[in-house]
Design a protein around this ligand. Sequence first.
Ligand code: ARG
Length: 463
Amino acid sequence: MAKSKRSWEKRLGGETDELTVDFVESLSYDKRLYKYDIAASVAHARMLGEVGLITKSELSEIQKALFEISDEIATGRFRFDKTCEDIHMAIEAALIKKIGDVGAKLHTGRSRNDQVATDMRLWMRDEIELLQTRITLLQRAFVKLAAKYTEAVMPAYTHLQRAQPVVISSYLLSFVEQLARDWQRLKNCSELLNISPLGCGAVAGSTLALDRKSTAKQLGFEGIVWNSIDAAGDRDFCAEFIFDCALIAVHLSRLAEDWIIYSTGEFNFIRIDDKYCTGSSMMPQKRNPDILELIRAKTGSVYGALMAMLTILKAQPSTYNRDLQEDKIHVFRSADTIEAALDVAAAVVANTKFNTDHIASGLDSGFLDATALAEYLVKKGVPFRKAHGIVGSLVATCEQQDKVKLSDISLDEFKAASELVDDDVYSCLGAANVAKRYTTLGAAGPEQVAKQIAYWKDQLKEQ
Ligand code: ARG
């Protein structure tokens, strides 16, 4: 039996079973909320002072003791006792131990239900900023790499089949766009969650004249959660945050998959620096992209967290239930996983080179310029569907005659396919020529990426 630090020991008889203590505790993982718990307690205490529920000197005693506790935790001198269940009770117990009855006044008008909801929102607001910084660092790494390859062309693939030529830069900038949406999504999440549940108590608020707007203001919230019942049970922001992490994981996994493929001997498009590769314990020649494989795999862990979070929330009776304690496991796991994945992805991106000569030597295969040839015919007045058919037949003829590229076709052969073809056709063929001729906004040519790089450099510049 464990000697309990429970605040309800006058209500429940006897000692808590050890099994209960171990099963219900969250201290092992919610202690990372301590800074926020103390900040919220300081705000609450100040508000209690403002409305006359504690005296000025009681407030300064409470504040002083809370700061001491904060310092003890930060410097590793605090003894965490799991019979306290969670960080809220651990801090309150330490406070009461330090200053007795004055400390016992802190929990006036407050419940762990509104406390934990407040702590989580405060924690998440900061965590989102950390993630956003990492996203920006990764974007900068992409832009820096993209700036090196504004002319060099590579094949773009659809269905993993050679499709059209693109400048390497445009491929890299596609990730900058995805990450920009991730950044914005986190910002939206942060804005939506930034309202204070503090003062809602266990579920119904309080008969004491608490000033919720004061605590909200002190803690930098934009406003308050208006319904106390909603405030106790709302964890929408947790599900949303994990979803945002899951989508970052999706984007990183697509990058990882591309680059695992690109670094194979068969593709040989990129070379990741040795520092970010691993070897094999048996095969001496190997350079393996384990980092990328692990980035890809971690998507599974974040999806798992999302599914867990949504399932925890489903069909819970209204207001607070202990089920909600488990939100933290999945929220923290997602945040930690994505932080690490973003860091390592930025390092890999900053230390990868594209093998432009090798890529260029393979550009003639796959008829990457076929669509551009069809568009050449369109410019000469051929309806696109017909042009598509003409070029399709030309590609088939090339394959029958063992010609690898469309520019191997003679002008006479072109004219036989369509009399509208002139000898200017050859300047429209070949991957590099095609890329230079892209003209639509956002296209994958050198002209467009120059503008995009300038745009992103400005957007992402250090303030
Ligand atoms: N550790 C709990 C959690 O994280 C705190 C709230 C507990 N509230 C309660 N009434 N048992 O959700």
